[in-house]
Design a protein around this ligand. Structure first.
Ligand SMILES: *[C@@H]1O[C@H](CO)[C@@H](O)[C@H](O)[C@H]1NC(C)=O
Ligand SMILES: *[C@@H]1O[C@H](CO)[C@@H](O)[C@H](O)[C@H]1NC(C)=O
Ligand SMILES: *[C@@H]1O[C@H](CO)[C@@H](O)[C@H](O)[C@H]1NC(C)=O
Ligand SMILES: *[C@@H]1O[C@H](CO)[C@@H](O)[C@H](O)[C@H]1NC(C)=O
Ligand SMILES: *[C@@H]1O[C@H](CO)[C@@H](O)[C@H](O)[C@H]1NC(C)=O
Ligand SMILES: *[C@@H]1O[C@H](CO)[C@@H](O)[C@H](O)[C@H]1NC(C)=O
Ligand SMILES: *[C@@H]1O[C@H](CO)[C@@H](O)[C@H](O)[C@H]1NC(C)=O
Ligand SMILES: *[C@@H]1O[C@H](CO)[C@@H](O)[C@H](O)[C@H]1NC(C)=O
Ligand SMILES: *[C@@H]1O[C@H](CO)[C@@H](O)[C@H](O)[C@H]1NC(C)=O
Length: 379
């Protein structure tokens, strides 16, 4: 139908006044419209919202229903063509363009990739008045880290949606295609504005400030145990439980001029914990630390001496978080008379690490770092 209309109009040489500027692409003709930013669209129906999909790799990247259909295309096009091929109904929801940012499993996402991704979202989505939102396809294992980084650094009001898959494309009832459709739907939804970076998977909409991966294998792995979800989708229709709100303590960071994020290591607390991991990492170049503390930030007595030595003598920040799946580190649980400890509040170790890296990238000192964590500390 769309192809017929386009062909007729072209043959007649008439000015194209219908809302359909360009028909959907066939598999031989991937780009039908290129916007001012150089983004390539496979369809341009101007009555539909526009969404940019940023591909980073992960299980969802293998969603193509027919990998042989892609021979001969540029790499960026292939991925988005693959996704549309697997989920043609995306094009009923939005015009989608794709940007290939990386193609790695989520363990290999680096802070350099995250800096690029944040800047590209600003360029292609925030700065384009015709773009409704962004979708980031990503492996699920470290998705909460990339999500926290985007939540902290992209704050233009447009929805940024993280999406992945738990089951491979070859599985019976693979979850990737439907997750992607739901993610694009939320990115295109006007009610999704001013809610920061969200995760859309398994019919749930979550704020990525709190959400964490709870189970290594199952479909319903992403949860915010205490804080809950923002909403859900039923038959691909989003429903938000609350109007937009900002998590307590969340701050916005501008990384436009940041070119590198300093190394921050996470050390896990356990019985018999030794201090050499800390000193060896400092020697290797770590500029900050997060402790996945036992209970509310706890470490062995001897490791606590080392923390105080490093805070006081070397002035290297060490943020004390929790190794439990949820909870909070209050100041009272880590405070002492001999050093100014930095509790993470409600931020888990992997989120604390992202925040500490952003603070160090901006040259913040120990006092400023403690102040940046303090709004999420309930004590
Ligand atoms: C363009 O999108 C509108 C929905 O906004 C839809 O009703 C219409 O059929 C679409 N046109 C084509 C040719 O797909
Ligand atoms: C795509 O290109 C191939 C080879 O040039 C051709 O055989 C095929 O008919 C084309 N398909 C479409 C849908 O245009
Ligand atoms: C759009 O397509 C052109 C031509 O194939 C390509 O050079 C360009 O890199 C594409 N844009 C993006 C953002 O991938
Ligand atoms: C989608 O983008 C096109 C091209 O920039 C624009 O003409 C159209 O108005 C946009 N759609 C919406 C709903 O903003
Ligand atoms: C980040 O973007 C720059 C500029 O496009 C590029 O040279 C660099 O390779 C990218 N880094 C990564 C890790 O993708
Ligand atoms: C946005 O879309 C409108 C309507 O199609 C168009 O006139 C305008 O040039 C577009 N703006 C950008 C920045 O592409
Ligand atoms: C980034 O650098 C530009 C040019 O040097 C400067 O004008 C701008 O204020 C800087 N932005 C921030 C947030 O530091
Ligand atoms: C670190 O551990 C070593 C070996 O147990 C000990 O000799 C040293 O005093 C500790 N350092 C601090 C600052 O507690
Ligand atoms: C940390 O930075 C703040 C703000 O720039 C400054 O007022 C304070 O004196 C600094 N503290 C230390 C210990 O350097």
């Amino acid at each position: 139908m769309a192809i017929g209309l386009f062909t007729l109009a072209a043959l007649a040489g008439i000015a194209y006044t219908s809302p359909v500027l360009h028909r959907r692409a066939t598999s031989n003709d991937t780009t039908v419209f290129t916007n001012y930013n150089g983004l390539n669209f496979t369809q341009m129906n101007t009555t539909l919202p526009n969404v940019t999909i940023f591909a980073t790799g992960g299980t969802i990247a293998g969603s193509s229903s027919d990998n042989t259909a892609t021979t001969g295309y540029a790499e960026g096009d292939v991925t988005v063509l693959n996704l549309i091929d697997a989920v043609p109904s995306l094009l009923d929801v939005a015009n989608v363009a794709g940007v290939q940012v990386a193609n790695v499993g989520s363990e290999d996402i680096t802070s350099d990739i995250l800096l690029n991704l944040s800047k590209l979202i600003h360029q292609y989505v925030c700065d384009d008045p015709n773009m409704s939102g962004a979708v980031i396809t990503h492996g699920t294992d470290t998705m909460e880290e990339s999500a926290f980084f985007m939540d902290a650094t992209v704050n233009c009001g447009k929805p940024v949606i993280m999406v992945g898959a738990m089951r491979p494309a070859t599985a019976v009832s693979a979850d990737g295609p439907f997750n992607l459709l739901e993610a694009v739907t939320v990115a295109a939804d006007p009610n999704a504005k001013d809610r920061g970076t969200m995760l859309v998977m398994n019919d749930r909409i979550a704020s990525t400030y709190y959400m964490t991966k709870m189970n290594a294998n199952t479909l319903d792995t992403f949860k915010s145990v205490e804080m809950g979800f923002l909403g859900e989708l039923i038959s691909d229709k989003p429903y938000f439980y609350y109007p937009p709100s900002t998590p307590t303590g969340k701050a916005a960071y501008d990384v436009n001029n940041v070119t590198t994020i300093p190394r921050v290591d996470i050390l896990f607390s356990y019985q018999d914990m030794h201090n050499d991991t800390l000193y060896n990492a400092i020697e290797a170049g770590a500029q900050g630390f997060v402790i996945a503390g036992a209970g509310a930030g706890g470490v062995t007595t001897s490791f606590n001496y080392a923390i105080e030595d490093v805070l006081n003598r070397l002035e290297i920040p060490i943020v004390q978080s929790f190794r439990t799946a949820s909870g909070e580190v209050p100041l009272s649980d880590v405070s002492s008379t001999t050093a100014s400890h930095i509790p993470s509040g409600y931020l888990n170790p992997q989120k604390s690490r992202i925040l500490l890296g952003l603070l160090l990238a901006q040259g913040k000192n120990l006092t400023e770092i403690a102040a940046a964590f303090s709004p999420s500390v309930d004590d």
